[in-house]
Design a protein around this ligand. Structure first.
Ligand code: UT7
Length: 326
């Protein structure tokens, strides 16, 4: 059988800002309670950036960990894709800033904007370079400081989000073209722009010139997530040629414990295969999947050769899933 080039995730890293904000901390200035937040979302705490801490700093910290674990240096990196909704500046891309801060040579660097689905979208974009031999060492980073977009008077949203970054190193390797290959072996990406009003930020460079605040019709997003993510998961599994029941670890976007458990249940995934970090990180948008991967690699659950199923949903509305064999 002819060999095919696969995009293989060779390492993961993560970074969380130092400051931890508990539910009780929020209840001091918002009409909410620790009990309500835990019961409805599973969230117990979130990390928050300092005022002088741009998202590129989070991304660089996560990338350094991933590069070291991959045995790579910034000199090796020829492609940087940052999935973010909270860039340092309107331009240049945060990826270009990360390239400068890491000291990588001149290569390709750009951002992907698919909000909470950004990491899955960015992996697919990276696959287009790596699996065609156009990148030998790619950094794919999900980094967000969603606390910068909060309306702190809106209890329906401000308790849900946190800040952080996760990064993976992706390298080309030859495979057999089967589901047993290492690498990014299946994708399903979706967007339904007619659902914009359910989740968006009410400001922008080409409209009112403001950064704006996040607005969400939470219960409608919730319903959309549980129903539609299952379809994307099954499509990604079919694309990879695997059975969903065969995955070792399910690594969902961490928005709400009830959503990720509901999706796992609908897809017939055992509860003990679900990686959950939402309790400690809250919803870190594009960072949530690589941060969850990082947590499960660090505690030894995820091992080389394991089959991972990633899924996410966010503003757009965008959603998608990806099957990865490590
Ligand atoms: O990453 C992007 C994707 N985003 C998501 O996946 C988020 C999806 N949505 C959700 O996670 C849930 O819908 C929420 C956690 C946002 C809300 O939970 P819910 O069970 O759907 O509650 P709800 O919006 O229907 O609100 C129920 C009640 C309301 O009060 P009334 O009208 O019943 O009196 C809200 O005002 O809960 C109230 N409420 C709160 N109470 C205390 C809403 N937020 C809070 C709060 N503290 N923080």
């Amino acid at each position: 059988m002819p060999k095919v080039l696969r995009s293989v995730v060779t390492a993961v890293g993560g970074y969380l800002p130092e400051q931890v904000v508990s539910n009780d901390d929020l209840a001091k200035f918002v009409d909410t309670s620790d009990e309500w937040i835990r019961e409805r979302t599973g969230i117990q705490q979130r990390h928050k950036v300092r005022d002088d801490e741009p998202v590129s700093d989070l991304a660089v910290a996560a990338a350094r960990v991933a590069l070291e674990r991959a045995g790579k240096t910034p000199d090796d990196v020829d492609l940087i894709i940052v999935a973010t909704t909270t860039p340092d500046l309107t331009f240049p891309a945060t990826a270009a800033i990360v390239q400068r801060k890491l000291g990588c040579p001149v290569g390709i660097a750009f951002d992907v904007q698919a909000v909470c689905s950004g990491f899955v979208y960015a992996l697919s974009v990276a696959d287009g370079f790596v699996a065609r031999g156009r990148s030998k060492c790619a950094l794919v980073i999900g980094a967000d400081a969603m606390t910068r977009l909060m309306d702190w008077n809106d209890r329906g949203t401000c308790v849900l989000f946190g800040d952080g970054a996760g990064a993976v190193v992706v390298e080309p390797m030859e495979g057999e073209g089967t589901a047993d290959d290492r690498g990014l072996i299946g994708f399903a990406l979706r967007c339904d722009g007619t659902k914009q009003d359910l989740l968006y930020v009410d400001g922008g460079a080409s409209t009112d010139g403001r950064i704006g605040h996040l607005r969400m019709q939470g219960n409608q997003v919730f319903r959309h997530a549980v129903v539609n993510i299952s379809e994307a998961i099954n499509s990604a599994a079919a694309d990879a040629g695997i059975d969903v029941a065969a995955v070792d670890w399910f690594i969902p976007h961490q928005a709400n414990l009830r959503i990720l458990q509901g999706v796992a249940h609908r897809c017939g995934i055992d509860e003990d295969k679900v990686v959950t970090t939402v309790m400690h990180h809250a919803n870190t948008s594009a960072a949530s999947i690589p941060l969850a991967m990082n947590a499960a690699v660090e505690d030894g659950r995820i091992q080389p050769g394991h089959l991972l199923l990633l899924e996410a949903m966010g503003g757009g509305l965008t959603w998608g899933a990806c099957v990865v064999r490590l």
